[in-house]
Design a protein around this ligand. Structure first.
Ligand SMILES: *Cc1c(COP(=O)(O)O)cnc(C)c1O
Length: 344
C-alpha cells in the first residue's frame, strides 16, 4: 500500500546516508545510562550537531519525545508551580504536567488571550507555558510570537514542542521558533524529536545552557534509563546534517509542492479539509464509524491512512489525518485524491 499517514516528512528514514551511519557506528546497544558509562562519542557528537543546527547553546538527548516531555516538566515543575498549556497539546505534555504535580491550566486552542489570563492567575512558585509548535492532529501552527510575549510579561518559561516542525519549518528546517523569529531568550527551551522529519528515533531538548545542565542533573526520564544506541545517535546526526544542507532544502521544497498539490486537489473535489499549511492535512469524517469506514475503503484502493478518533481528537471530530512527504510523487498524490473522492 502507499503510505499517507507516516511522519517521515522528508523521506529520510530509508536514506542511504542514515543507514550507512547506523552500520558504521561503534555499538548497537546503549550499555548503561548516560551518567554511568553510556555516553559515547556518537552521543556527544549528536548533541553538538543539534546545538549548532538549532543555533542554541546546548542539547541533551532523551530516549523518546514522550519521555523527554515527562522528564522536562517533572524536573522543572512541582507543587506550587503552574503549567499553562494549549488544550490540543500532545499527550506527553499533558501527562508530564500531571506527573509533576503542579497546577495544570489548559486554554482553548491557540487562544493567546486565554493563555494570558491563565498566566495572570500566578503561582507561589514558577510558571511554564507549553505549546506544540505544529499541532500533531490538526497541522496548524501555534501563534508563537504572541505566546512568547505573554510568557515574558508574566515571567513564565516558554517551552515549545518542535516534534512536527523540526526539519520542516524555518530556515535550515530549524523549526517553528526559528520560523517565528524567536531568539533563545524568548523561547529558551525546545523539544526536537527524531522520529518525524529526521527519520530516526529518540529526542533532544535544546536551549539555554543552565536549563540544560539542570535537566542533565535532575531529569529522571534521562537519568534512570539506558542511553540511546550509539548507532541511532549516528544515524540521527546524519539526518541533522542532511536537513541543514542544500539537499534538505530541496526536500523541503518538494514537500511544500506536494502539500500544495494535495490541498488544491482536495479543495477542487470539495473534500472536508481542515485549515492547515503543513504536511499534516486532516479530513474531517465526524463520528468514529465514518472515519473507520473511510479508512477501510481507502485501504481497498491501496492507500494507507489510519482513522484518528477520540480521545486523540475531540468527540465528533474523528478524521483521516493525511500526511504528505517529500517522497510522494505527483501521480501518487493525484491517485490518493481520486480514491478519497470515490470512497467518501
Ligand atoms: C510524536 C510527538 C511526541 C513524542 O515523540 P516520540 O519521540 O515519538 O516519543 C511529542 N510531542 C509531539 C507534539 C509529537 O507529535
Amino acid at each position: 500500500m502507499l503510505n499517507f499517514c507516516s511522519n517521515d516528512y522528508l523521506g529520510l528514514s530509508q536514506h542511504p546516508r542514515l543507514l550507512a551511519a547506523l552500520h558504521a557506528a561503534s555499538s548497537a546497544g546503549g550499555i548503561a545510562s548516560h551518567l554511568v558509562c553510556g555516553q559515547a562519542a556518537e552521543h556527544a557528537a549528536l548533541e553538538h550537531a543539534l546545538a549548532q543546527w538549532q543555533q542554541l547553546p546546548r542539547a541533551l538527548l532523551f530516549g523518546s519525545g514522550y519521555v523527554a516531555n515527562l522528564a522536562v516538566l517533572q524536573a522543572l515543575l512541582g507543587k506550587g508551580d503552574a503549567c499553562v498549556q494549549d488544550k490540543r497539546n500532545h499527550a506527553s505534555l499533558i501527562d508530564g504536567a500531571r506527573l509533576a504535580g503542579c497546577d495544570l491550566r489548559r486554554y482553548p486552542h491557540n487562544d493567546v488571550e486565554a493563555a494570558a489570563r491563565q498566566l495572570a492567575i500566578g503561582a507561589r512558585g514558577a510558571q511554564l507555558l507549553a505549546t506544540d509548535g505544529v499541532f500533531s492532529m490538526d497541522g496548524d501552527v501555534a501563534p508563537l510570537a504572541a505566546l512568547a510575549a505573554v510568557a515574558g510579561q508574566h515571567d513564565a518559561l516558554l517551552y515549545v514542542d518542535e516534534a512536527h516542525a523540526a526539519g520542516v519549518l524555518g530556515e535550515a528546517g530549524r523549526g517553528s521558533c526559528a520560523a517565528a523569529g524567536l531568539e533563545v531568550a524568548a523561547a529558551p527551551l525546545r523539544l526536537i524529536t527524531f522520529g518525524k522529519a529526521l527519520g530516526s528515533v529518540g529526542a533532544a531538548v535544546v536551549g539555554e545552557a543552565d536549563l540544560i545542565e539542570h535537566l542533565l542533573q535532575t531529569a529522571r526520564g534521562g537519568i534512570y534509563t539506558t542511553a540511546m544506541a550509539p548507532a541511532q545517535a549516528a544515524a540521527t546526526q546524519a539526518a541533522v546534517a542532511l536537513v541543514a544542507s542544500v539537499e534538505g532544502e530541496a526536500l523541503r521544497q518538494c514537500l511544500q509542492a506536494n502539500i500544495a498539490r494535495f490541498c488544491e486537489g482536495a479543495r477542487r473535489l470539495g473534500l472536508p479539509l481542515l485549515p492547515s499549511l503543513t504536511a499534516i492535512q486532516p479530513l474531517l469524517a465526524g463520528d468514529d464509524a465514518a472515519a473507520l469506514a473511510w479508512s477501510h475503503a481507502l485501504e481497498a484502493h491501496g492507500y494507507w491512512c489510519s482513522a484518528i478518533r477520540p480521545p486523540t481528537v475531540p468527540e465528533g471530530a474523528a478524521r483521516l489525518r493525511v500526511t504528505l512527504t517529500a517522497a510522494h510523487t505527483a501521480a501518487q498524490i493525484d491517485g490518493l485524491l481520486t480514491a478519497l473522492a470515490a470512497t467518501r
